[in-house]
Design a protein around this ligand. Structure first.
Ligand code: CA
Ligand code: CA
Length: 399
C-alpha cells in the first residue's frame, strides 16, 4: 500500500505542483520586457506634460545647470549657507545687488563691493589713511582755451573743476611795424657875404626845397645846409600780451560717497577709468601728503588773475631820415653841370659853398629826404603780477 501511495505522489502531485508554479510566473510575476515598455510610455507622458506646462512647472522638469546654481548649499545641520559668489549668476531672491546700501540684496551672501555683481562698477580700495580726509577720483588735464567739460563721476554727477599748477605771467614778444610818417626838409641858409657866417642870413628852404630847377638869387655869396631833416614818424608796436592760462592744468575731482560694504580697512568706491588717474586719491588733511603717496597735487578754486605785461613801444632808429640834398649848379640856369656842381647836405658836417665864382648865375635842384628802412627798436612786454588764489590750495594725494 505504501508503495502505491508513493508512486501516486511522485507521478501526479509533483508534476501538478510544478505546473501551478509555472502558470503563476507566466500570468502575474515581474517580466522585464513588458515593464520597460510601460515605463517608456510613462516617461513620454511626463515629457508631454513638461512641454505644455507653465515656465514654473517646466523648471521642475528641466533641471539644467542654472537650476543647480540656484540651489542653496545646505550644511550638515540643514541650515542654508551662502554659495561662493559667481558674477552674473542668478540669485536666491531674484533681485539685483545694490552696491551701495550695505545689504546683501540678492541673497548670495556677498554684500555690495564684495559681490561680483558690483565689480564692474565698484571696487574696494584702502580707506583714507592717516593724514587724509576722504577718497577722491581725480582727472588731470592740460589747461587750454576750450577744454572738454569735466568728466562724469558716475551716478549722474559730473566732476567739479579745480585748477592745478600756477602759470606765471609771460608776455608775447614785442614787435614793431614798418615806419610810417614823413621827414621835414633840411634847412638851406644863404648869406649875402662869403664864409656862411657874416652878413645877413636868409632861409631859402621854401624856395629851393621844391621840385624842378630853381634859379638862385644873384646877390647871395655863400650857402650851407644848417638843419638836418627831421622825422615825424612812428612804428606801430605789437605783442606784449600776457599768456592766457592762469594755471597749467585742470583738475577735475569726484568726491567719493563710500556707502557700500567692503572688508575692514577698505571702502567701496566707483572704479576709475580714463581720464581719471588709476590710483586712489585722497584729500589731505594738511598741506602735504603723508608718506606712501607718489603724487601730490594742489587744487585751486576761485582766483584773481593779476598777471600783467608792460606795454610795448617802438623807438625810431638813430637816423630815421636819409637823403635830403640841395645841388648847386654853377654858371648855368638850367641845373646842368655848368662850371661847378656841389651837393649840400646836413650830414656829414655842413660845408659852406661859396657862390662868388658863379658870378650871379647858378641854379638849384633838390632831392627830398626819405624814411630809412632800418626798423624801429621794440621795448616793453615785461611780465609782472601773479595769479592770486581766493583760498587754499587743497592738497590731493594720489597713489
Ligand atoms: Ca547691496
Ligand atoms: Ca549679494
Amino acid at each position: 500500500m505504501a508503495v502505491v501511495l508513493c508512486c501516486i505522489v511522485r507521478r501526479v502531485l509533483v508534476p501538478l505542483l510544478l505546473l501551478l508554479a509555472s502558470c503563476t510566473r507566466a500570468g502575474f510575476g515581474p517580466e522585464p520586457g513588458r515593464n520597460a515598455a510601460r515605463d517608456g510610455a510613462r516617461d513620454r507622458a511626463a515629457g508631454e506634460r513638461g512641454a505644455d506646462a507653465a515656465p514654473g512647472d517646466r523648471a521642475l522638469v528641466d533641471r539644467g545647470p542654472a537650476d543647480a546654481a540656484r540651489e542653496p548649499v545646505v550644511d550638515a545641520r540643514g541650515a542654508e549657507k551662502p554659495k561662493p559668489d559667481v558674477k552674473g549668476a542668478p540669485d536666491l531672491k531674484g533681485g539685483l545687488e545694490n552696491c551701495e546700501n550695505g545689504i546683501d540684496d540678492d541673497g548670495d551672501g556677498n554684500i555690495d563691493c564684495m559681490d561680483a555683481d558690483c565689480s564692474a562698477e565698484f571696487e574696494c580700495v584702502e580707506a583714507p589713511p592717516t593724514g587724509t580726509l576722504s577718497h577722491l577720483r581725480v582727472a588731470l588735464a592740460t589747461a587750454s582755451a576750450n577744454p572738454p567739460p569735466p568728466p562724469a563721476c558716475g551716478g549722474g554727477k559730473s566732476a567739479e573743476r579745480f585748477h592745478n599748477e600756477l602759470n606765471p605771467a609771460s608776455c608775447s614778444p614785442c614787435g614793431c611795424g614798418a615806419m610810417q610818417g614823413t621827414c621835414s626838409n633840411p634847412t638851406i641858409t644863404v648869406w649875402d657875404q662869403a664864409g656862411c657866417s657874416a652878413g645877413n642870413a636868409y632861409d631859402k628852404t621854401a624856395l629851393f626845397a621844391t621840385a624842378g630847377c630853381k634859379q638862385g638869387p644873384s646877390t647871395l655869396l655863400s650857402a650851407a645846409v644848417t638843419t638836418a631833416p627831421a622825422a615825424n614818424a612812428s612804428c606801430a608796436p605789437s605783442g606784449g600780451v600776457v599768456n592766457t592760462q592762469p594755471f597749467l592744468n585742470n583738475l577735475d575731482i569726484c568726491p567719493t560717497t563710500a556707502t557700500g560694504a567692503c572688508p575692514a580697512g577698505k571702502i567701496c568706491v566707483r572704479r576709475a577709468a580714463a581720464p581719471f588717474l588709476p590710483g586712489p586719491c585722497y584729500r589731505a588733511s594738511g598741506s602735504s601728503c603723508p608718506a606712501g603717496f607718489s603724487k601730490e597735487l594742489k587744487a585751486y578754486g576761485n582766483y584773481t588773475d593779476g598777471r600783467t605785461c608792460s606795454a610795448c613801444a617802438c623807438s625810431l632808429p638813430k637816423a630815421p631820415c636819409v637823403g635830403g640834398t640841395y645841388t648847386f649848379h654853377g654858371c648855368t640856369a638850367s641845373c646842368s653841370t655848368g662850371c661847378q656842381q656841389v651837393t649840400l647836405k646836413a650830414d656829414p658836417p655842413t660845408i659852406c659853398l661859396e657862390l662868388a665864382p658863379f658870378a650871379g648865375v647858378y641854379s638849384v635842384s633838390y632831392s627830398p629826404p626819405a624814411l630809412t628802412t632800418t626798423p624801429c627798436t621794440a621795448k616793453g612786454g615785461t611780465p609782472g603780477g601773479a595769479v592770486v588764489p581766493a583760498s587754499g590750495p587743497e592738497t590731493i594725494c594720489c597713489k
